[in-house]
Every structure is written in structure tokens, then in C-alpha cells.
Design a binder for this molecule. Sequence first.
Ligand code: FAD
Length: 471
Amino acid sequence: MANSSATRPFRVAIVGSGPAGVYAADILTKSQEVAGGDVQVSIDLFESQPAPYGLIRYGVAPDHPRIKGIVNALHKVLDRGDIRFFGNVTYGRDITLADLRSHYDAVIFATGATKDAVLDIPGIELDGSYGGADFVSWYDGHPDVSREWPLNAKEIAVIGNGNVALDVARVLSKHAEDMLVTEIPDNVYAGLKASPVTDVHVFGRRGPAQVKFTPLELRELSHSRDVDIVLYEEDFDFDDASDAAIRSNNQVKTMVNTLTNWLAEEHDGTRTPASRRLHLHFLHTPVEITGENGSVTGIKFERNELDGTGNARGTGEFIDYPVQAVYRAVGYLGSELPEVDFDSRRGVIPNDGGRVLGADGTHVPGLYATGWIKRGPVGLIGHTKGDALETIGCLLEDRLALPVAERPDESEIVELLESRGVEFTTWEGWNKLDAHEKLLGENWTGQPGLDVVRERIKVVDREQMVNISKK
Ligand SMILES: Cc1cc2nc3c(=O)[nH]c(=O)nc-3n(C[C@H](O)[C@H](O)[C@H](O)COP(=O)(O)OP(=O)(O)OC[C@H]3O[C@@H](n4cnc5c(N)ncnc54)[C@H](O)[C@@H]3O)c2cc1C
């Protein structure tokens, strides 16, 4: 049935309040003005956590306040009052596709990615072998992970050569006191404080010109107090493809310069050794995590060489490193959503420019995707804006031909959630929790001898978050 939103607002549900969901809501709201006022929209944003902002709150490292500050822009969007927020509501558990279809003319999935991609090597199941995403969730105070994290290793391997590997390695190697200015919850500070770590080794498969870091994040490694960066001359191999990349790509050039400067500084003999070290190794492919009595005791790598095209090939030489913990940071993966087709290899909802595709490859009318669940877990927060623009463009193009919601009244979805006993949080509730967390930071009495100002301390427990939101 063709949509007749001329007599009522066009109703849209967005599932997921990370940057992709909020940008989509913002762009869609503004499209009313773009279309000369003829598109009246009414948007509801559903989020499984009691708090908004997705991976900005639960992924971006706590010692990245500038990036965390992007929430201020997202806050402004949601604070305008024209987009309703329903937190603590999980699609697939509290609301179904049929519910959304009957209450909305269109549904946009913006559910992102929260899981670790698989690394299938022997020993990955040993105690002491962890997913980077789980560790990130722990230090960022995600309500669904355990409060305890076993930080008892002195030597740690981090597998991966992207920014998440850098985050994990930086947080593992930093002194806990230097994390106190951030919003980390008390249990995270206590865990980091007790860590006996001395050496964190980051391993990448290819060479210094093939890393997936970004220059700023790489340079930041050298800002950690009392942590030396250690590099290895034999890893500085540049093939023709590396030389071409250094010439043609400024980011690559900057990062290779940073790394080679560090290598040179390391050998100038003027520095006082730090108590912790962060080693960057290249040209290493992990082949096995080794263990005793079910726990990690080491990791074996095959040494690689570059093949001329910038790819790595094994040399047949194997190296063992004694470590007591291994963190894999080999990428994130989106999770399957009930009643929507899923590409489990890529971890995305199959789509064409944001139009969700069914098993037969055709667009499922009224369903859209945006952000990491649309494109896969790569790219920065800014990239999700482009995703949202494309998806909303498709939605507006399709608008008049979409199936019409049977229960478009804004009050009906609230009644449905209430009738099911879903303890949803609202935008007003988030503002209360936000203020509460800031007050916890303000009232922090400190540690003897430490003069630290804390802007916020996160509340971690879901029930507590909901209770504070509902006060
Ligand atoms: C560890 C890490 C560090 C990063 N650091 C940076 C950085 O420093 N700078 C930068 O620019 N980018 C960074 N990024 C990338 C950035 O976080 C992503 O680009 C961005 O968050 C993707 O946005 P999204 O909205 O698609 O997904 P997400 O941010 O994952 O948001 C998805 C939202 O959907 C919700 N959701 C999921 N399933 C359901 C469901 N069934 N029902 C209801 N809600 C659901 C989730 O709770 C979440 O709130 C980092 C990413 C990671 C993983």
C-alpha cells in the first residue's frame, strides 16, 4: 500500500543509538527542511543499553577525551526534543520486527558491531587468551561484561595492527594513575592498578608501511609516562609496494617516519629505561598459542617477508615468545539480528546502499541499515555520517511506496512497551544519569598524593543505571 504521510507524520524507528543511528535521525529530521517542509517525520530511537552513543561510550578508549567529546554533538541532536529515545530496549527481545512494522512506516537498523572477529589458531581457547573487544567493554564499563578482569600477566601479546590493537596495548601498558583523569569506573582503576605487567608486545603480519593504524593514534603511544617503545631493526623491511605507498600516501609516510624515528632514538643511548615496555613487532603471523595446565604460557609466530606487492609470505622460521596473556584485536564483527537476513562472513545485514536485502537479493520494503552493521566494522565515527546520508537518501526516495504502519500513533509504542513490562529509559532519564556520573566525578575525593580532576565516573551496573535514570 502506498504511504500517505500527508495526513500524519512519517513514522521511523531507528534501532541503535551509536553515531550511525543518531546521525541518521538528525539527517532525516533535517530532511523536512530540505524537502520544503513536505516531509513531516516522527522518529523513535531504540537502544539496548540504558545509555546512548554506542561505541563512543563503550568502545572509544577512556584516554581519548577529544573523541569521547563527539557525544556533545550527538547530545545536541537528541536534546532538541524532536527525536524520542527508548533506552534499555533490545530489538529481538523486547520488540520484534512485527511490532516495529505495525508501528512505523520504516525501520533503520544501526546496531553496529560489538564482538571480536574470529582468530582460528590452536590454543585460542586457553585461559589467558582474550578478545580485544571484551577487554575494551570491560575498561569502558559496559554493563553486560563481568566487573572482574584477570590482569595478572607480566608479559602480554596483542595480535593486530589496527587502532583497536593500539588502544588495547596502550591501556594494558599505561600506569593506572595516568588513567585516573578519565571516566573509568573504580573497578577498572583497581584492576589496572594491581596489574604486574612489564612488557606488552604488539604483532602485525605485514611491514611498517602496511599498518592499519592512523598517525595520531600511533604517535600517542609515545605519550605514555614511564613506558618505552621498543622496535626491531629486522622488522623494517620495505618492498617495492611499500616504497610506492610511502611516496603516494601521506598517512603511510607519516607513520613510517614516526616508527623509523623511534627506532633511531631507541639506539641513541640517552634515555633512562622505563619500568614498562611496549614492543611493536612486524612481519609476524601467529600460528599457535601455547599453554600448560589450560593456561597461556607463550605464543608461536611464523616470521614473514614481504612479497613485493605489500603482502606477507611465511619464511618457514618460527619464533616463540613467553607470554602469560594473549589479546586478539583482529577486528570487530556485527551480530545477527532476528528476522533480518545476515551475511555472517562479513558480519553485516546485506544491503544495497542501505536498502536491506532479503534472501532473494531484493529490497525488503521499509527496512534499511546504516553504520557498521551496513558497511562492516571499519572506519571512524565521521564515516558513519556518510553512511547515514546515503541510507536516508534511499529511504526518502522510497517513502511514498512503502507499506503503511497500522498503529502510527506515538502513544501506542509506549503502551506496548509498558504492557510488556519493559523498563525503558528516556532522554530525560539519560540526562539524569549523565548528571549523576558527572557529579560522581566532581565529588571524587581522590587518592593521597594524587591531584586529579575527574569530569565523570561511569555507572556500570545496568539496574543501577536504570534506577538513576528513572529517579
Ligand atoms: C575499540 C574501538 C575504538 C574506537 N575508537 C575510535 C576513535 O578513537 N575515533 C573514531 O573516530 N572512531 C573510533 N572507533 C570507531 C567508531 O566507534 C565506529 O565508527 C562507530 O561507533 C560505528 O557506529 P555505529 O553507530 O554503526 O555502531 P555502534 O557505535 O556500535 O552503535 C550501535 C548501537 O546499537 C545498539 N544495539 C545493538 N544491537 C541492538 C539491538 N538488538 N537492539 C537495540 N540496540 C542495539 C548498541 O548497543 C549500540 O549502542 C572505535 C571503535 C572501536 C571498536
